[in-house]
Design a protein around this ligand. Structure first.
Ligand code: 1GP
Length: 252
């Protein structure tokens, strides 16, 4: 990428009010199918890609998937960032543009708070990946990531707990916060929680998990999300371009 990914995301948010990222889970399809999904998402107008998953991913699959995603983007002569969304050191790739360097602040397992980060940090430096520091908060129901990460799930009715964690992240120097309901969640993160975190911190607010319709996306955008992430939507959709563009039309 010619510009830093963090700056690019902020420029998109400044211009459009919100950015949309498409999440590709390398465990869910072969690399050639990821290439097709990415190509469709680019046609639909997504702003960039995240790549990662909680289970069934190793460094070979990540590398092959990122390279395939790159082909899906370049086919359209476009430049869209590919950002790693790692569940551990084994899901880093030299072929990505940046990494969300996340700490799951509400995990009971120190491995997810700082252990994997310590092991991976020298690798992030040697791979010359842009690192974007992010507080990662798992909200009820939490899904697989909540289970694997041993999260002390934030109750949906307690926005003040999400705010307290997000503020702690901000004071620790993080610049992004991810409010995660878990992939495939029955509902997205509550709007009251999104707006509380948006209003009471200076962080870029990323929201994902369970956003599967233009209505869901609009509610999250109106509540104050800076960046919306959709993942499962592309895996289940028969017409990926149509599904994503219907979301982008409503939020932009
Ligand atoms: C998961 O928040 C992301 O980490 C995306 O969730 O698969 O439900 O879109 P979905």
């Amino acid at each position: 990428m010619r510009v830093k990914v963090e700056e690019l995301l902020k420029e998109i948010v400044d211009a459009d009010g919100v950015a949309h990222l498409t999440l590709i889970d390398p465990a869910r399809q072969m690399p050639k199918d990821a290439e097709k999904l990415v190509s469709e998402a680019v046609k639909a107008g997504t702003d960039g890609f995240m790549v990662g998953g909680s289970t069934g991913v190793d460094s070979t699959i990540i590398d092959e998937t990122v390279l395939a995603m790159r082909r899906g983007i370049e086919k359209h002569h476009e430049e869209k960032p590919i950002i790693l969304f790692p569940s551990g050191v084994h899901t880093l790739s030299r072929h990505a543009d940046a990494v969300f360097f996340m700490s799951m602040l509400n995990s009971r397992d120190l491995t997810y708070v700082i252990g994997n980060q310590m092991i991976g940090a020298p690798l992030v430096r040697s791979l010359r990946l842009e690192s974007i520091p992010m507080a990662y908060l798992v909200i009820e129901p939490g899904g697989t990531v909540g289970y694997v990460g041993d999260a002390k799930l934030i109750p949906r009715s307690k926005p003040e707990i999400a705010v307290a964690y997000a503020l702690a992240g901000e004071y620790l120097g993080m610049r992004f916060v991810y409010l995660e309901a878990g992939s495939g969640a029955s509902e997205p993160v509550p709007e009251t929680m999104i707006s509380a975190v948006r209003n009471e911190t200076n962080l870029m607010v990323v929201v994902g998990g369970g956003i599967r319709s233009p209505e869901d996306a609009k509610l999250c955008r109106d509540a104050g999300a800076h960046i919306l992430v959709t993942g499962s939507l592309v895996e289940s959709s028969k017409n990926v371009e149509k599904s994503i563009s219907s979301i982008i039309k409503v939020i932009k």
